[in-house]
Write a protein that binds this ligand. Structure first.
Ligand code: HEM
Ligand code: ISQ
Length: 154
């Protein structure tokens, strides 16, 4: 399976669009996670004590942006190297943070779906199967890397 230049370009271009309104899309991303899996709310420290999704939470925004950026970065690596190389320390850190928070493998499908819905919302008519495929592939590779790290820790 190869990740093409076209796919890399699609991922980069769509992130450029969503980047224009971080507050909106980070909130949308997060709301979609909770819509698909309401119970996931308890996993997030910045939410546990609030009744609704905080409108302008700096932590929520920063984390949501990181998920998008890391997926983007993964797309670039897949095209350049044909594999995912997240710095070892970053992967270890993400593995341990997610495991300690109580995240389990099926949650990764939830976050993927929420990410794709957010892209669809942001891109409107520019969203299509090709865009979806490129993001899906990049996300899946990144998710596998994090899940593998979560298991190594046990
Ligand atoms: C935290 C990325 C999947 C739940 C984080 C952080 C990042 C991140 C960058 C912030 C770490 C920090 O600096 O403290 C990602 C990426 C994912 C992914 C790239 C997939 C490719 C998931 C999934 C869940 C999840 C599937 C489950 C719903 C959480 C939780 C935290 C967290 C609960 C801790 C938030 C807090 O309480 O501060 N994630 N994540 N993540 N993530 Fe993810
Ligand atoms: C952390 N991990 C995965 C997805 C997220 C979305 C919003 C905020 C934080 C997140």
């Amino acid at each position: 399976l190869v990740f093409t230049e076209k796919q890399e370009a699609l991922v980069k271009e769509s992130w450029e669009i969503l980047k224009q309104d971080i507050p909106k899309y980070s909130l949308h991303f997060f709301s979609q996670i909770l819509e698909i899996a309401p119970a996931a709310k308890g996993l997030f420290s910045f939410l546990r004590d609030s009744d609704e999704v905080p409108q302008n939470n700096p932590k929520l925004k920063a984390h949501a942006v990181k998920v998008f950026k890391m997926t983007c970065e993964t797309a670039i690596q897949l095209r350049e190297k044909g594999k995912v190389v997240v710095a070892d320390t970053t992967l270890q850190y993400l593995g341990s943070i997610h495991r300690k928070s109580g995240v389990i493998d099926p949650h990764f499908e939830v976050v993927k779906e929420a990410l794709l819905r957010t892209l669809k919302e942001g891109l409107g008519e520019r969203y299509n199967e090709e865009v979806e495929g490129a993001w899906s592939e990049a996300y899946d590779h990144l998710a596998i890397a994090i899940k593998t790290e979560m298991k190594h820790e046990e």
